[in-house]
Design a protein around this ligand. Structure first.
Ligand SMILES: Nc1nc2c(ncn2[C@@H]2O[C@H](COP(=O)(O)OP(=O)(O)OP(=O)(O)O)[C@@H](O)[C@H]2O)c(=O)[nH]1
Ligand SMILES: [Mg+2]
Length: 360
């Protein structure tokens, strides 16, 4: 799973990248601090995985997630302003976009060099406006791609259906409902359009404050209107806590009412936005953590573990992860009649632990 961090310059994208990855890439009050994309592969140890680990496996393989932090996008990025185009291309490879909006105060006292080549390029006090500047560039760059695809499609008379689809999408791209975005994403998956990708909005705050902070309330509203999940993260504080002794960090988290680590919360939102579910395997005494699209069958789940697995199994046993933790083993859960059995078309549920059965 690949997550791309986007937003205007100076909103705290690299600070968030450091907070979720434990890395220490450069951040500063100067815009365009990030020039080359930062990439981190992070092993995710969510609540279920941590609980399952306690059952002592020969090996544990947590889900790996890649975070990519690129330069800030500015107005005109779709036409090459700033470092725009090259990073928009990088973002097309992502599964999900994490749009960071600045809701923290305090930068005004720092020696900020204004970003602008025009008034609208600088950061504002209005996160909804900041969102629309970046989102507009994203949609404009998609329109350019649609235009190019149309030129190609028109050369082939048999491509009438595709031409009609592309023309319609080009006109409606900026006002699609969530459901329409999902439908188009599947229909035109080859085009990797950014405006169709799952997205979450992240309000970067000084410290947890909730929607009592008017800027956070604005982001929450915006997220509701756009139909995407929203999370509030105190990016700099989270990063600072990463450097502390875990016990001390825990005390501060409790004092601030911060809840779980920002990586868990960000990831849960990305998984929700992408309509994925997580499942676990315990083959050969190896605990594995995986994710598939909601509504996937056992066959599809097995394919993401191993192609041989997908070919070979004829049935499976499943149970919810907390049940496995409770009973301690599949054998014990079977004895208690807690296992579900299914075939290749079994619909995988979020949090299932699956054991594939082979004939013979
Ligand atoms: N007060 C405060 N400052 C923050 C917070 N998050 C980030 N900052 C500061 O904001 C400045 C910009 O942060 P970066 O993470 O470099 O921002 P960026 O979005 O990666 O910027 P570019 O790479 O230039 O696009 C730095 O000085 C950070 O320390 C926060 O939650 N509170
Ligand atoms: Mg940066």
């Amino acid at each position: 799973m690949r997550i791309g961090i986007v937003g205007l310059p100076n909103v705290g994208k690299s600070t968030l990248f450091n907070a979720v990855s434990g890395q220490g890439v450069e951040t500063s009050a100067y815009p365009f601090c990030t020039l080359e994309p930062n990439v981190a592969v992070v092993a995710v140890r969510e609540e279920a995985f941590q609980a399952l680990v306690q059952l002592n496996w020969k090996e544990e393989r947590p889900l790996k997630v890649t975070f990519v932090d690129v330069a800030g996008l500015v107005e005109g990025a779709s036409e090459g302003q700033g470092l725009g185009n090259q990073f928009l291309a990088k973002l097309r490879e992502m599964d999900c976009l994490l749009h960071v909006l600045r809701c923290f105060e305090g930068l005004a006292t720092n020696p900020v060099i204004p970003v602008r080549t025009s008034e609208s390029q600088g950061l504002s006090e209005d996160p909804a406006r900041d969102f629309s500047v970046v989102h507009r560039e994203i949609l404009l760059s998609d329109r350019n791609i649609i235009e190019r695809a149309l030129i190609q499609a028109r050369k082939h008379p048999e491509g009438k259906k595709r031409i009609a689809a592309l023309e319609h999408l080009g006109e409606t791209l900026s006002r699609l409902s969530l459901k329409e975005r999902v439908t188009w994403r599947e229909e035109l998956s080859d085009m990797q359009l950014l405006g169709l990708k799952p997205m979450i909005l992240l309000a970067n705050v000084d410290e947890p404050c909730g929607v009592e902070n008017p800027k956070v309330a604005q982001v929450a509203n915006l997220a509701e209107n756009v139909g995407v999940p929203f999370v509030e993260v105190a990016c700099r504080l989270e990063w600072e806590l990463n450097q502390l002794d875990p016990e001390e960090a825990r005390e501060i988290r409790t004092a601030y009412g911060m809840g779980s680590h920002c990586l868990d919360r960000v990831l849960a939102a990305c998984i929700r936005a992408s309509e994925w579910i997580c499942f676990y395997t315990v083959e050969n005494d190896i605990l594995g953590s995986w994710r598939v699209k909601q509504g996937s069958t056992a066959k599809e789940a097995a394919a993401c573990v191993h192609s041989d697995m997908a070919k070979g199994f004829h049935a499976l046993e499943a149970l919810e992860w907390s049940e496995l933790v409770h009973w301690g083993s599949f054998e014990k859960a079977r004895e208690k009649g807690r296992l579900r059995r299914g075939g290749r078309e079994y619909l995988v549920r979020d949090g299932d632990v699956l054991r594939f059965l082979f004939s013979g």
